[in-house]
Design a protein around this ligand. Structure first.
Ligand SMILES: O=C(O)CCC(=O)C(=O)O
Length: 270
């Protein structure tokens, strides 16, 4: 494990490109524990024994592709698990993972950032539909675009298995210019400069909520799973009624009551 914090470089790259890849964020034993839990969810879904309050957060590929331009795919593989932290402590504790928090603190240039949610995007072999080009902001409905998407790669990302593709620099857009329709940007409007984000398992890929990104399908024979977190900067609040488990915890806050909240919520893990 080769963990080397490089705060200045992180900040410069993120500001310039709108995204940042940091390798060696999740340690090997943690990666194994996360994979094991994801496998348990998969088999519980297959056997139809996942409790209803959890099953409602698991979406299959056929749910995702319904209504997409890509068409409909008859596939019962898992595509997305929302509310991941309520499925197992190993997922909940990713909210207070020190290396993740170190990077977020640098990129927000503040300790007063808060957790929004974690989901797990699963690109299983045979999940054929690509992710359309989009910005994340219009999905999120917050008072400011000071939000960061932090993807934790549970498996390696490769061109073949559907690595996320980003358009560097597209994060530089005024808040009011982001359109609701930016959840599905036509190919013709996407800049030619595109980067396929290939990186090893255990990497964190952070991107500005306004960067244009998408991703191909998984053409390999192995699973490609990312735990995707949304984090909100200081004084950045949701404007809809949707709230998530553990939302608004502020694991790096200097406020005494916030510190107490983190300690009592996460115990020894914090
Ligand atoms: O997992 C991917 O490659 C893309 C996911 C994504 O774009 C999203 O969740 O907004």
């Amino acid at each position: 494990m080769n963990w080397q914090p490089r705060p200045q470089e992180w900040q410069q790259r993120y500001e310039r490109d709108g995204y940042l890849v940091v390798e060696d964020v999740l340690e090997a034993p943690l990666l194994k524990a996360v994979r094991d839990e994801l496998e348990s969810i998969e088999s519980a879904v297959r056997e139809n024994i996942l409790p209803a309050h959890l099953r409602s957060h698991v979406h299959l590929e056929r749910d995702r592709t319904r209504g997409l331009r890509a068409g409909q795919f008859d596939n019962d593989a898992i595509s997305n698990i929302m509310e991941l932290p309520i499925f197992a402590p190993v997922f909940r504790d990713l909210i207070v993972h020190p290396r993740v928090l170190d990077i977020l603190q640098v990129l927000f240039a503040s300790t007063e950032f808060s957790f929004h949610n974690y989901k797990c995007i699963c690109k299983m072999p045979g999940n054929e539909a690509p992710f359309q080009w989009h910005r994340d902001l219009p999905y999120l409905h917050h008072t400011s675009p000071n939000l960061i998407t932090c993807m934790l790669c549970i498996d390696p990302m490769t061109a073949e298995n559907g690595a996320t593709v980003v358009c560097p620099g597209t994060h530089r857009i005024a808040h009011e210019e982001v359109r609701d329709g930016d959840t599905d940007i036509p190919e013709a409007d996407v800049p030619a400069e595109r980067v396929i984000v290939e990186c090893p398992a255990g990497s964190a890929v952070l991107f500005h909520i306004n960067i244009v990104h998408g991703g191909g399908s998984n053409r390999s024979t192995a699973k490609r799973r990312n735990v995707i977190g949304i984090w909100a900067g200081p004084e950045t609040y949701p404007t809809t009624g949707a709230r998530y488990a553990y939302e608004f915890v502020m694991p790096r806050s200097s406020n005494a009551e916030r510190r107490k909240q983190t300690q009592e919520t996460f115990g020894k893990s914090a």
